[in-house]
Design a protein around this ligand. Structure first.
Ligand code: SAM
Ligand code: SF4
Ligand code: SF4
Length: 375
């Protein structure tokens, strides 16, 4: 199938400043979109840069030495991020995930974590403050992240076998250093560590069973993610997707599984546990069926891009400018008002409509890259 490819830079420029009227608003802690979905999660991308070139995310063909990243002055400062996060929390956000690009590449990230860790929900609770990382710098940073107030980490790891892993990250990075990072995170209290494995057919599917066996008797929770059609640079095809049902089938042939209930309504991962009457083990796995089992009906996530645009869907083609509001001196009530208007107007459900978009690719909206918007 063909994709509409728009230069990422052109597309970033094309996302015009928010034209929404600046209506003043005092957040109430409850904000629902057009499909009655509340705003509960905020993913903040702190950098568009990465030290990996995962083939499904930042392929070298696009992200080469000529690729232009955002200049530092375009990035939200930590103070700007915290000010916006304060408004999101007042509107109902309970969970913040830092992401990127590779978030551990952002200098002094611990200072941002300290600021965010001080925020409280309207009824006085701590935020669930987490981070997704490729793990390359985790061994050296786990302690300072924990001390700054981070609660947990999710580590992306697509294979245990060095050759397969290097094929995925495309920068020759060894598995052993990521495993050290995972151990360090667990040791300092950033666990249980979730391990995310994106499964791409014909590339790392042979690693499903070794990964399941390796993490089975650890406190870590392994989650298999269907390869998604994010962005326009990864050349996604439905044929490259291994459905979660097939992942579960392959594991269960070797290690019997039983379904677990969701931890909370709207949990994206479907949970499974190794059966006690199998050959021992008590670990849990999850599958995230972003392609074959859309969960838009429960999607409560907003995304804040590196340069301060608000995206209401991972597959959105444009974002709403918030940085200009901060830098133009708009009031807190006006900023809260813009966020409120954007969320109330939200009707995104790309994954539920994916088959229509795939059938009519020329009508489908262009999409921003995941490394820019934050995974
Ligand atoms: N660099 C960090 C990392 O890799 O964990 C954080 C950013 S990364 C964009 C966030 C998550 O998105 C990772 O778990 C990654 O595997 C996932 N991801 C990226 N591209 C994807 C795709 N095409 N399909 C499914 N997941 C993808
Ligand atoms: Fe970098 Fe994460 Fe994307 Fe891999 S998935 S290229 S580590 S941002
Ligand atoms: Fe949420 Fe958009 Fe993903 Fe649906 S496609 S689950 S609305 S981010």
């Amino acid at each position: 199938m063909s994709h509409r490819i728009i230069s990422i830079i052109d597309q970033r420029v094309a996302t015009s400043p928010s034209l929404l009227p600046h209506v003043m608003e005092t957040p109430t802690g409850t904000l629902n979109d057009t499909l009655a979905r509340p705003l509960r999660d905020l993913r903040i991308s702190v950098t568009d840069r990465c030290n990996f070139r995962c083939v499904y995310c930042m392929p070298k063909s696009t992200f080469d030495k000529n690729y232009t990243y955002l200049p530092h002055s375009d990035l939200l400062t930590f103070e700007e991020i915290t000010r916006l996060a304060t408004h999101f929390v007042a509107h109902g956000v309970e969970k913040i995930r830092l992401t990127g690009g590779e978030p551990l590449l952002r200098k002094n990230l611990e200072r941002l974590i300290e600021q965010l860790a001080r925020l409280r929900t309207p009824d006085g609770r701590d935020l669930d403050l987490t981070l997704t990382t490729n793990g390359a710098l985790l061994a050296q940073k786990a302690r300072s992240l924990k001390d700054a107030g981070l609660k947990r980490v999710t580590v992306s790891l697509d294979a245990l076998d060095d050759a397969s892993f290097k094929r995925m990250n495309d920068v020759d990075f060894p598995v052993s250093q990521v495993l050290e990072g995972i151990d360090a995170a667990q040791a300092v209290g950033l666990g249980p560590v979730k391990i995310n494995m994106v499964v791409k057919k014909g590339v790392n599917e042979q690693e499903i069973l070794p990964m399941a066996r390796y993490f089975r008797d650890t406190p870590h929770i392994l989650r298999f993610i269907e390869y998604m059609d994010v962005g326009a640079s990864n050349g996604w095809r439905m044929d490259d997707v291994i459905p979660s049902a097939e992942v579960v089938r392959r594991i269960a042939l070797d290690m019997p599984l039983e379904a677990l209930d969701a931890n909370y309504p709207g949990e994206t991962a479907r949970r499974w546990r190794y059966r006690q009457d199998g050959d021992g083990g008590s670990g849990e796995i999850g599958v995230i069926s972003s392609v074959t089992g859309a969960f838009c009906g429960d999607c409560t996530r907003a995304r804040l891009s590196t340069e301060g645009k608000l995206y209401t869907c991972l597959f959105a083609s444009s974002g709403h400018e918030l940085r200009a509001l901060l830098r133009n001196g708009n009031s807190d009530a006006e900023i809260a008002g813009v966020i409120g208007q954007v969320w109330r107007a939200r009707g995104d459900r790309y994954s539920q409509l994916r088959s229509q978009h795939l059938a009519n690719p020329t009508d489908a909206p262009a999409k921003v890259e995941m490394s820019y918007i934050g995974g």
